[in-house]
Design a protein around this ligand. Structure first.
Ligand SMILES: *Cc1c(COP(=O)(O)O)cnc(C)c1O
Length: 239
């Protein structure tokens, strides 16, 4: 696919997605400005990711840290990078300086390791706690029952700021069935927002993927993570 065709493809996809985001915001009586699109570029090349960014998408997400490092080196410094997949402790050092937000803090051990590295690098690192709200064994994240034990630990953090919660719903052909998972995350935020103390603040809800983002927006998502709806159908060469 040449550059002009690629640009047209991405423009069309963005327009369709934007329409659906606005419709979901309207149904929920929410402001469009309260929902940030994170374009998940894990299945496409740096070239495609760069083109999308150029079309006005500041926030890009990757699930594998190595791929984030690779694309961050290739793309302009104006990209706001999101680490959305599991982060191993041995990848923290190189990831911390590159990211705007880490969505996928799934253990206390990782949280404390991030604090240590952020202090060493003298950086503030914003993170979300990943919650396994759907209860699937294959998913990373804190069990909903386990998360209450995390809040007392936050008092010792100086460099890491917990800004909210993230979850993935179990895939379902009928996205409406994802609603309870998203509602559960929103309820957890309401339950705990008064418990955490600054600089931590449970503001963000990262939930909603290609299959289910309209429902997630209706349930209060502030960050949606979309890959397939933006990029599916790009040929091998284009991707
Ligand atoms: C791949 C991925 C997404 C995007 O999924 P799509 O269904 O392609 O939109 C979102 N979040 C996470 C954590 C992912 O790994």
């Amino acid at each position: 696919m040449d550059e002009a065709a690629l640009e047209q493809f991405l423009r069309d996809r963005l327009a369709t997605v934007e329409e659906r985001i606005q419709a979901a915001c309207a149904r929920a009586g929410r402001s469009r400005g309260d929902v940030t699109l994170v374009a998940v570029t894990k299945t496409v090349s740096a070239r495609v990711a760069a083109r999308l960014h150029q079309l006005g998408v500041p926030d890009l997400g990757e699930s594998r840290p190595q791929e984030l490092w690779h694309k961050a080196a290739a793309l302009p410094g104006t990209v706001r990078w999101h680490q959305i997949g599991h982060l191993q402790t041995n990848k923290i050092e190189r990831t911390v300086p590159l990211v705007t937000l880490i969505h996928s803090v799934d253990s206390l051990r990782l949280l404390l390791a991030l604090e240590k590295e952020a202090a060493r690098q003298q950086r503030i690192v914003d993170v979300l706690l990943e919650i396994n709200a759907s209860g699937e064994a294959s998913k990373h994240g804190f069990a909903p029952d386990a998360v209450a034990s995390v809040w007392p630990q936050l008092a010792s953090l100086r460099q890491v700021r917990v800004c909210g919660l993230m979850t993935m719903a179990a895939y379902d052909e009928e996205p409406e069935r994802c609603r309870p998972t998203f509602a559960r995350l929103r309820q957890m935020r309401e339950q705990f927002v008064g418990v955490v103390r600054p600089p931590h603040f449970l503001e963000q809800l990262s939930m909603g993927m290609s299959n289910d983002f309209p429902v997630a927006i209706e349930e209060g998502a502030t960050l949606i993570r979309l890959g397939t709806v933006l990029f599916e159908g790009l040929d091998e060469e284009g991707a």
